[in-house]
Design a protein around this ligand. Structure first.
Ligand SMILES: *Cc1c(COP(=O)(O)O)cnc(C)c1O
Length: 426
């Protein structure tokens, strides 16, 4: 039976389907390169699991204090080997990416220290962590000051201003790899490596942390390969491979990770406590699947950009540009178009496909946010999802897809909704 017959039942018109096939014909070389990166990263994960002699016994659940949890300790060794760091903290007790970043910052910054972001305003939820928007328990409340250097108008690093901003108090430099909810470019691992080298040339003992959210496995190296003292991210994004139902990670130097563990549990306890509660099979298997899941998501992002540019929408990155993360921003120009796009993504979902996303308030965000996701793990954005704050330029951030085929259908149905509402023409 022809593929289109089933797509037709899902609301896809022949015209949008045909446009999709035409666009895809031009993407073969891109997709081949994505598969090659996935193969390299798959080998990297497999090698780390084999080197650490992972056996079925390491999947056992522990409860209570979780002392001597060999499965948990080996998972952290696997992460450390893949990220080429001395140590790693990978825990279900880290509830999300923001929590991992907050733990890493508050563990490594003391009263009187200064935090510097040389890449502009950090991700929305971190603004309360830092205290840019006042919040109880923010770094500002504990006497940690903050300085920021914005990107140049062209989206590059303002090296002169960064040199001038680094001072005697500068203790930690935070570098966000992914654009987040901004239409600035995301940074390649090479660019981040150059920035770290520059910062360390100005102040050799400064701690460089990378918010690695959405970047893992997009390239064959990670920021920790190029000098980052800590890389931090969420397990309900790339490294969880869609299977981890919760969690975050911090990989880095032993000294930094020790402090993070003391902050997360308690001084003196550190990494020694933290029962795994039976979650390790999902963490191991998700990490094993992550390179191919990320590849599917990348194909979806490239396809989305190619389709949306064809409709006249500005995309960041542009369809032909290299990818530094799995996020595709599409500037749709109006709230109505954001809603239409998100409804299409929702309609393609395996779960909650019958629901209609509407803008609403979200903790940690200062504008209303619309979110489309019909995910197995609630809020998971390695699963096919689209979201964005309702504010100019009305950009929707499209990401994820546990399989390329699902991401493709999501893009096609999003375009269908835009076309049906007269918000775009083929
Ligand atoms: C998602 C994200 C975070 C926060 O992660 P959560 O798991 O949503 O708390 C932080 N930084 C960036 C760049 C992100 O994309």
């Amino acid at each position: 039976m022809e593929l289109y017959t089933i797509y037709e039942k899902m609301g896809l018109s022949r015209q949008v389907y045909d446009r999709g096939e035409a666009v895809l014909a031009g993407l073969e070389a891109r997709f081949r390169a994505i598969d090659q990166t996935a193969e390299y990263n798959q080998a990297k994960v497999l090698h780390a699991m084999q080197k650490n002699r992972i056996g079925a016994n390491h999947f056992a659940a522990t409860t209570g204090y979780g002392y001597d949890d060999d499965g948990r300790e080996r998972l952290e060794k696997v992460y450390a080997d893949v990220f080429h760091t001395e140590a790693a903290l990978v825990r279900p007790q880290i509830t999300c990416g923001t929590h991992a970043l907050a733990a890493a910052l508050s563990a490594n910054l003391l009263p009187g220290d200064e935090l510097l972001s040389p890449v502009g305003l950090p991700y929305d939820t971190l603004q309360e962590v830092i205290g840019l928007r006042p919040s109880p328990c923010s770094l500002a409340e504990y006497g940690v000051t903050y300085r920021q250097v914005d990107l140049t108008p062209a989206g590059g690093f303002d090296y002169d201003a960064i040199r001038a901003a680094i001072n005697g108090k500068t203790k930690l430099i935070t570098i966000q790899r992914s654009k987040g909810y901004a239409t600035r470019p995301s940074f390649s691992v090479q660019q981040i490596g150059e920035l770290i080298a520059f910062c360390k040339s100005v102040k050799p003992d400064v701690v460089c942390m990378v918010d690695n959210c959405y970047g893992e496995f997009v390239a064959t190296i990670e920021p920790s390969d190029l000098g980052a003292d800590m890389v931090v991210g969420s397990l309900i994004k790339n490294p969880g491979g869609g299977l981890a139902p919760i969690g975050g990670y911090i990989c880095g130097t032993q000294a930094c990770v020790n402090r993070c563990a003391y902050r997360l549990s308690a001084p003196g306890l550190g990494q020694e406590v933290g029962a795994n509660l039976g979650i390790l099979p999902a963490f191991y298997q998700g990490f094993f699947l992550a390179p191919t899941v990320v590849a599917g998501a990348l194909k979806g992002a490239v396809f989305a950009a190619s389709m949306c540019e064809g409709l006249g929408f500005r995309c960041v990155p542009a369809s032909g540009e290299p990818r530094c993360d799995i996020i595709q921003a599409v500037e749709l120009g109006s709230e109505g178009a954001m809603c239409a796009f998100c409804e299409g993504i929702q309609a393609a979902a395996p779960v909650d496909s019958f629901a209609a996303p509407v803008p609403g308030d979200m903790p940690g965000y200062d504008s209303q946010v619309i979110m489309a996701a019909g995910a197995f793990v609630q809020g998971s954005s390695i699963e096919l999802s689209a979201d964005g704050p309702i504010r100019p330029p009305y950009a929707v951030y499209f990401q994820g897809g546990l399989t390329w085929q699902h991401a493709k259908l999501g893009v096609l149905l999003a375009v269908q909704k835009l076309v049906d509402r007269g918000l775009a023409a083929l």
